[in-house]
Unconditional design. Structure first.
Ligand code: PAD
Ligand code: ZN
Length: 324
């Protein structure tokens, strides 16, 4: 691909790390309707500013940046109201605009967020999706200090929900996956209970561990009807369920059960600009440790091998990152 000169409001960024997300697999499989083809995928990228347009003042050549895939306009009502993930002119880097599985990316400068030099590029890359998504989900759910929280799915996104739960002050975290190694990592990150859904009855186990009551909050980071229903069944009366994993199938919900138990069902989509700034501060201050989040690294020329690792679950990937 040719490298364009930046327009007056644009930057050219040399990509130094780019995470592979399950949403990339969804785009390839046609699950995400707005993914356009042909496209250079990649939406979790970080790198160094290589060239700046004439009107750019806040960033300069050599600055480290996170490339934000939620390309909001900044001017419509949802943007001005701080919900720019719901922007009326939203475009997605790596799905509709050529993304970060590339040597260089050019974007309007408002989609590049300054990354402090103390945070490695590979951590900066995953902040842009895998790490900030659970922050948004817990803001949506309004997790309160002292709560009990169940996390379904400990992949690149869900594993960070365990740490996020701690930051939101959860007293007890129940981590659910079908991979023992991911469950062990979740315990290392502060989960109190690790439940293997392929070996145990997840809902019964959560109920048993909460004296039959259920948890205050449940989050689903997989996108499967089975685990979405388990999440709904694992919260207490009056509890809140937040669905984050992108589904490929519709869900048959017993609304009478939800209503008569006053269970709140919410959904969480992407994140806001302000939440990325929050995550950067959390990582910079050492409150959020991303040193164990990257399990596999591949050079850009082998990006397809990296994608296979996630697709076939080779070696229990947390986040697979592509580097130049
Ligand atoms: P991933 O493939 O890294 O993780 C999925 C995890 O689910 C793995 O650890 C699996 O072992 C586990 N799993 C699979 N089946 C089961 C099961 N039956 N019971 C328990 N655990 C199971 O994916 P990811 O973390 O990159 O993404 C997770 C989902 O979140 C995916 O659907 C992705 O598209 C979505 C997503 N949503 C948003 C959003 O804003 N809503 C943002 C980013 C990603
Ligand atoms: Zn993603």
């Amino acid at each position: 691909m040719p490298v364009k000169d930046p327009g007056s409001q644009e930057l050219v960024v040399k990509v130094l790390a780019s995470g592979i997300c399950h949403s990339d697999l969804h785009a390839m499989n046609g699950v995400i309707p707005y993914a356009s083809i042909p496209i250079t995928p990649g939406h979790e990228g970080a790198g160094i500013v290589e060239a700046v347009g004439a009107n750019i003042q806040d960033l300069k050549v050599g600055d480290h940046v996170i490339l934000r895939f939620v390309m909001s306009c900044g001017a419509c009502a949802p943007c001005v109201q701080g919900t720019d993930n719901l922007c009326r002119k939203l475009k997605f880097l790596g799905f509709e605009v050529d993304g970060t599985f590339a040597e260089y990316v050019s974007v309007p400068s408002r989609h590049a967020i300054h990354l402090p030099d103390s945070i490695p590029f590979e951590q900066g890359a995953i902040i842009g999706c895998a790490v900030v998504t659970p922050i948004h989900a817990m803001n949506i759910a309004r997790v309160r200090p002292g709560s009990s929280v169940a996390i379904f799915g400990l992949g690149g996104v869900g594993i960070h929900a365990v740490q996020t739960g701690k930051i939101f002050g959860a007293a007890e975290i129940f981590a659910v996956d079908i991979s023992d190694s991911k469950l062990s990592l979740a315990k290392l990150f502060g989960a109190n209970y690790a439940i293997n859904g392929s070996k145990e009855d997840t809902v019964a186990e959560i109920k048993r561990l909460t004296d039959g009551v259920g948890v205050d909050f449940a989050f689903e980071f997989i996108g499967l009807p089975t685990t979405q229903l388990q999440a709904i069944s694992s919260v207490k009366r009056g509890g809140t369920v937040t669905l984050v994993g992108i589904p490929n199938q519709s869900l048959n919900i017993d609304l009478k059960y939800l209503l008569t138990n006053e269970i709140q069902l919410r959904t969480s989509f992407d994140h806001t600009r302000a939440e990325v700034d929050d995550v950067i501060r959390l990582v910079e201050s050492g409150r959020l440790d991303l040193s164990k989040s990257i399990s596999h690294r591949f050079p850009l020329s082998k990006v397809n091998e990296g994608i296979d690792v996630l697709r076939k679950n080779i070696g229990d990937p947390i986040r697979v990152v592509v580097t130049p």
